[in-house]
Design a protein around this ligand. Structure first.
Ligand code: XLS
Ligand code: NI
Ligand code: NI
Length: 435
């Protein structure tokens, strides 16, 4: 099959002028003793690569998809699998992610939809075996169909809640069948638009009950990968229950779910929440809960989830600094939850787009490793806190101080002297590595 007009993309090095080559991503090159591909664990998003026709709220899709007959048939879905694997083979991407409804059609009733999913999963399984590609995570789409207008697990209708549970049960089983490494919950409709009609407490209790059922079902079917929650503050709901990493962690702790869940952090969702990506990653990593990453970027001029390809080297460096610091991704990876602009309508644009994201992250990885090796940044931060290394500071950290002790110290010590935070110097230091 040859829908993408290129051979397998090769690493040609920085001086190459070939747009269909990697300039930095050299899969087997060792960085800190580990192959680049094992640090980065890139994944292709089935929904963007195969199903995103590049429509927007103002106009129809523009993408050329010569393989797609436009029907909602199982046959069309099976054909797409071959095209997707051609794409993975050519880009050298070794993981992928899906929603149940991306890979297989929703048909007249749940039983038929389940059967359609089974048919496509069987084909995906044989393609995985043939190529060695792995499923990074699966998920159920609980947001597109009109039945989920009020939410899935937070719908005021118990019938919808049950339907959502049946769909997730099946999607988990499909993930298990494909040896998926994780399973994601993004709560697209799990939120509300007005409190006038919403019992927030009841909805959150229901969401927790839903997740506990997922945990129980995972045990039943022997699925041992983590569940991920993917925070996003708004769009489509006005108020999303999973609005940012801190809100998700609080929810998981409140409902005793932290043993089974981690977070999947997406760049554009972080910025929509009014945070930087590195903030969201650090909040998650500090809690030991950073599981996986949806790699994309937003547009500083546009206030919604533009899901652009992550070509910003500074941003990729910040991401990889956090990932390296926490010792690397284990079950997770860097999933390109990113779409082309609607003007980029050719199949080959999918290849260009992923080359750009992969090269940017390869550079981010190399730069982050160099910054860590250099040590000045980490040393600066360590020294900034060195008053906590001994004396009163060490006793505070050891939980040995009372307010009386602090008062005695403050009386004896007088007015504290402060050191500069040197933000500009540190920004310059990072820039020195970004050549
Ligand atoms: C949407 C989300 C979605 C999840 C999977 O904004 O990013 O694509 O990653 O449901
Ligand atoms: Ni995402
Ligand atoms: Ni998104």
């Amino acid at each position: 099959m040859n829908y993408f007009d290129c051979d397998k993309i090769q690493y040609e090095g920085q001086n190459s002028k070939n747009p269909l080559a990697f300039k930095h991503y050299n899969p087997d090159e060792l960085i800190d003793g580990k192959a680049m591909k094992d640090h980065l664990r890139f994944a292709g998003a089935y929904w963007h690569v195969m199903r995103n026709d590049l429509s927007d709220p103002f106009g129809a899709g523009t993408a050329h998809m010569p393989w797609d007959d436009g029907s909602n048939s199982v046959e069309n879905a099976l054909n797409r699998v071959d095209v997707f694997f051609e794409f993975l083979e050519k880009t050298g991407i070794e993981f992928y992610c899906w929603h149940d409804r991306d890979i297989a059609p929703e048909l007249n009733n749940l039983k038929e939809s389940h059967a359609a999913l089974d048919a496509v999963v069987a084909k995906l399984k044989s393609k995985q075996e043939e190529t060695g590609v792995k499923l990074l995570w699966g998920t159920a789409c609980l947001f597109s169909h009109p039945r989920y207008a009020h939410g899935g697990a937070t719908s005021p209708s118990a019938d919808v809640f049950a339907y959502a549970g049946a769909q997730v049960k099946k999607a988990m089983e499909a993930t298990k069948e494909l040896d998926g490494l994780g399973y994601t919950f993004w709560g697209g409709r799990e939120g509300y638009s007005t409190l006038l009609n919403t019992n927030m407490k009841r909805e959150l209790d229901h969401l927790a009950a839903f997740f506990h059922m997922a945990v129980d079902h995972a045990k039943k079917i022997g699925f041992d990968g983590p569940f991920y929650i993917e925070p996003k503050p708004r769009e489509p709901s006005t108020h999303q229950y999973d609005s940012d990493a801190a809100a998700c962690l609080n929810f998981l702790r409140e409902y005793d779910l932290t043993d089974h869940f981690k977070l999947n952090i997406e760049t554009n969702h972080a910025t929509l929440a009014g945070h930087t990506m590195e903030h969201e990653l650090t909040v998650s990593a500090n809690a030991g809960m950073l599981g996986s990453i949806d790699a994309n970027r937003g547009d500083t001029l546009v206030g919604w989830d533009t899901d652009q390809f992550p070509t910003d080297i500074h941003l990729a460096t910040q991401v990889m600094l956090v990932v390296l610091k926490m010792g690397g991704l284990t079950t997770g990876g860097l999933n390109f939850d990113a779409k082309r602009r609607r003007e980029s309508h050719d199949p080959i644009d999918l290849i260009h787009a992923h080359i750009g994201g992969m090269d940017a992250f390869a550079r981010g990885l190399k730069i982050a490793a160099a910054i860590r090796e250099d040590g000045r940044l980490a040393n600066f931060v360590d020294e900034r806190y060195n008053s906590f290394d001994n004396n009163i500071g060490a006793r505070i950290e050891a939980g040995q101080c009372s307010f009386e002790d602090l008062e005695a110290h403050a009386f004896a010590n007088g007015e504290p002297t402060l050191s500069s935070g040197r933000q500009e110097m540190l920004e310059n230091l990072i820039n020195d590595f970004l050549q």
